[in-house]
Ligand binder design. Structure first.
Ligand code: PMP
Length: 428
C-alpha cells in the first residue's frame, strides 16, 4: 500500500491533534535505517525522538525481550513483583549522578515520570509551587503541559493550567539571555509571585530538548543548586531527552559540578519499549506513602528486560565515547558550511545531542521556514530529521549512537546537500 493511501486513511481515522512530520509509513527498521511501506530506505536521524539510542532492534535488546516473552509479559509489579525490576532500580541508583543513597520508581511515559517527580517533591516538602523554564518541555498531561514553557501547540485550547507554576527564562546567550538575567528573573518571581519557602521544586532540562538543544551553562546549574539548598527546594533534572549516553555521558548532569535531588528518565531507557523512571535521594523518594505511586503498567517486565540490555550495550559498546566521536564529526562538518549557508546561526550540542540553528542571513531573526525546508530536502534525500526550538528554527540530530560508519557518512553528505540546496534556493 502506498504512503499516500495510508495517509488518506489516517486523516479519516486519527484525531488531527496527533501531529505528524513525515508521511513515511514504516514497515521495518534496523539500527539507523528504516524502510517504508513503498520499500524506500531512509536513514533515521530522529531515532523515535531520542529513544533508540542503541539503534532499532539491537540484537541484545531483541534477545532480552524475546527471553522475557517466553517467561511472562505482565503481572503488575504492585501485585506480583519480579526481581529484574529491583535489579534495574539498583543499577540506576548507582548510575544516576549524586553521591547519596537513592531509590527509584518505574512508570510508563516521560510525562508520567515528571508527574511523579512533582508528586514526590510535593510530598517531601509539604509545599506546592513549582518553577520551570521558558522553552522547557516536560510533557502533555495537565501538570507537565503546565510546566512546559511553550504555548503553541502544547497549551493552545486546553483551558487553565495547573496553579502555582512559574516560568523563569532559561539562559540562552545566543538570544541575549545571560545566566545573570535568568537569576534576576527568578529573583523577581520570588519577590512578585511566590515566596521561595512555598516552592517544592525547580525542574530543569540539563540540555533543553524540544526547546532547541540549549545546554545549561555549568554556572547556571551550580547557582540553581545553591538556591535550592538555601530554600529547601527539590532540584529535579529532567533527563528524558538527554539521558543514556546521548550527551557523551550516561546522564547529562555528569557534565555538571552539582547533582539533582530527583532525575526523570524515559525515552532511551528501554530502547523503544515504554518505560520511565524517577530516581533520586532515598529520603525524598520515600516521602509518598505506600500506594501513592505506581500504575498498572509501571515497570512492565518487557520494558525492564529491554532496559537491562540497553545499559549493557551502552557499557560494552562504549556508546558515551561514540557519542563524542559522532558529535564532533557532525559539528565540524556543519560548522564548516557557515560561509556557504549564511542562515546557519550556530552549530552546537554536547556529545551527539547536536543541532543547527537558523536565522535570516546575518541577522538575529529566527528562520523557521529555512529549517523546515532543510528538513524536507533531507527527507527527499532519504534522511529523517526533526526540527525543534521555540521558534521552530532549529534542526536536531538524534541518530542512534550505534549508527554504522558508512551510513553516518552517507547521512552527513545528504544533510550537507540539503543545506546547500535550501540556501541556494533562497539566493536564486
Ligand atoms: N521531558 C522531556 C525533556 C522530553 O523531551 C519529553 C518528550 N519529548 C517529555 C518530558 C515527555 O515524554 P513523553 O512524550 O514520553 O511523555
Amino acid at each position: 500500500m502506498s504512503n499516500a493511501a495510508i495517509s488518506a486513511r489516517r486523516n479519516e481515522a486519527i484525531a488531527r491533534g496527533v501531529g505528524m512530520t513525515t508521511q513515511v509509513y514504516v514497515e521495518r527498521a534496523r539500527n539507523a535505517e528504516l524502510w517504508d511501506a513503498e520499500g524506500r530506505r531512509y536513514i533515521d536521524f530522529a531515532a523515535g525522538i531520542a529513544v533508540v539510542n542503541t539503534g532499532h532492534l539491537h540484537p541484545r535488546v531483541v534477545a532480552a525481550v524475546s527471553g522475557q516473552l517466553e517467561r511472562f509479559s505482565h503481572t503488575c509489579h504492585q501485585v506480583v513483583p519480579y526481581e529484574h525490576y529491583v535489579a534495574l532500580a539498583e543499577r540506576l541508583n548507582e548510575l544516576v549522578p549524586g553521591n547519596f543513597a537513592k531509590k527509584s520508581v518505574f512508570v510508563t511515559t516521560g510525562a508520567e515520570a515528571v508527574e511523579n517527580a512533582v508528586k514526590i517533591a510535593r510530598a517531601a516538602t509539604g509545599r506546592s509551587a513549582i518553577i520551570a523554564f521558558s522553552g522547557g518541555f516536560h510533557g502533555r498531561t495537565f501538570m507537565t503541559m503546565s510546566l512546559t514553557g511553550k504555548v503553541a501547540p502544547y497549551k493552545t485550547a486546553f483551558g487553565s493550567m495547573m496553579g502555582e507554576i512559574y516560568h523563569a527564562p532559561f539562559p540562552v546567550p545566543l538570544h541575549g539571555i545571560t545566566v545573570d538575567a535568568s537569576f534576576q528573573a527568578l529573583d523577581r518571581i520570588f519577590k512578585a509571585d511566590v515566596d521561595p519557602s512555598r516552592v517544592a521544586a525547580i525542574i530543569v532540562e540539563p540540555v533543553q530538548g524540544e526547546g532547541g538543544f540549549y545546554e545549561a551553562p555549568r554556572e547556571f546549574m551550580t547557582r540553581l543548586r545553591e538556591i535550592c539548598d538555601r530554600h529547601g527546594i527539590v532540584l529535579i533534572a529532567d533527563e528524558i531527552q538527554t539521558g543514556f549516553a546521548r550527551t557523551g555521558k550516561m546522564f547529562a548532569m555528569e557534565h555538571h559540578a552539582v547533582a539533582a535531588d530527583l532525575t526523570t528518565m524515559a525515552k532511551g531507557l528501554a530502547g523503544g519499549f515504554p518505560l520511565s523512571a524517577v530516581v533520586g535521594r532515598a529520603e525524598i523518594m520515600d516521602a509518598p506513602g505506600p500506594g501513592g505511586l505506581g500504575g498498572t503498567f509501571g515497570g512492565n517486565p518487557i520494558g525492564i528486560a529491554a532496559a537491562h540490555a540497553v545499559l549493557d550495550v551502552i557499557e560494552d559498546e562504549n556508546l558515551c565515547e561514540r557519542a563524542e566521536t559522532l558529535g564532533a564529526r557532525l559539528k565540524q562538518r556543519f560548522a564548516g558550511l557557515a560561509e556557504q549557508v549564511p542562515q546557519i546561526a550556530e552549530v552546537r550540542g554536547p556529545g551527539f545531542m547536536n543541532a543547527v540553528e537558523f536565522n535570516l542571513p546575518r541577522s538575529a531573526t529566527p528562520n523557521p521556514d529555512f529549517a523546515n525546508n532543510v528538513r524536507l530536502k533531507a527527507l527527499e534525500r532519504g534522511v529523517i530529521l526533526l526540527t525543534c526550538g521555540v521558534y521552530g528554527n532549529v534542526i536536531r540530530f538524534l541518530a542512534p549512537l550505534t549508527i554504522e560508519e558508512g551510513v553516518f557518512a552517507e547521512a552527513l553528505d545528504a544533510i550537507e546537500g540539503a543545506l546547500l540546496d535550501a540556501s541556494s534556493e533562497v539566493r536564486s
